[in-house]
Design a protein around this ligand. Structure first.
Ligand code: GRF
Length: 187
């Protein structure tokens, strides 16, 4: 199938709240597949209930290149021309990244280039930052380092904890990602 940028496959590993926002606010793109490296990811059941095609395979203990190949084949088969990572917690290998180069987005809970990797809310609090937020970026081989296509900011207050900050940022993630994805899919 010829890949169509407006057809989107979403990759998740867990609860999938960003995936739900992408599905519920889909305008200018269509979600054709939700795929996961964790068959028990709660987001998968939610997508299935809505009649969206799903694919999952437990990636634990699997050879990276083999898993990436099967996932990549399934994505191609779905006709998706855009891939949205949404809480996908497995590192994708260089062959996979090259295969889908320039067609993959990710959402990251920090104002990149600050706080690549994990524990972003704790790190923002520890640093005493006055603001924090989330970024949508193009996926490249280097973790959380591709071009940033959209950002949203939230103020950090003295009473914020990791939990309150995470909740505030998540609200912004759910607004930002569908908008950024729609623009990216229409490019
Ligand atoms: C979000 O905070 C996202 O920014 C990060 O992982 C989390 C996924 O949450 N990449 P959810 O599965 O979308 O609820």
């Amino acid at each position: 199938m010829t890949p169509d940028p407006r057809k989107v496959a979403i990759l998740i590993s867990g609860r999938g709240s960003n995936m739900r926002a992408l599905v519920e606010k889909a305008e200018g793109y269509e979600v054709t597949l939700v795929a996961s490296n964790r068959p028990s990811a709660p987001g998968l059941a939610w997508a299935e209930e809505r009649g969206i095609e799903t694919w999952s395979e437990d990636s634990r203990g699997q050879d990276r290149a083999d898993f990436d190949k099967r996932l990549g084949d399934r994505l191609e088969e779905s006709g998706a021309g855009t891939i949205a990572l949404a809480g996908f917690m497995r590192i994708l290998g260089p062959d996979f990244i090259r295969r889908f180069e320039g067609r993959m987005l990710n959402i990251h809970p920090s104002l990149l280039p600050k706080y690549k990797g994990l524990d972003t809310h704790a790190r923002a609090l520890e640093a005493g930052d006055a603001e924090h937020g989330c970024s949508v970026h193009v996926v490249t081989e280097e973790l959380d380092a591709g071009e940033v296509v959209a950002q949203a900011r939230v103020p950090v207050t003295d009473s914020d904890t990791i939990g309150t900050l995470e909740a505030k940022v998540l609200i912004e993630e759910h607004k930002l990602y569908p908008q950024a994805l729609a623009r990216f899919a229409a490019r």
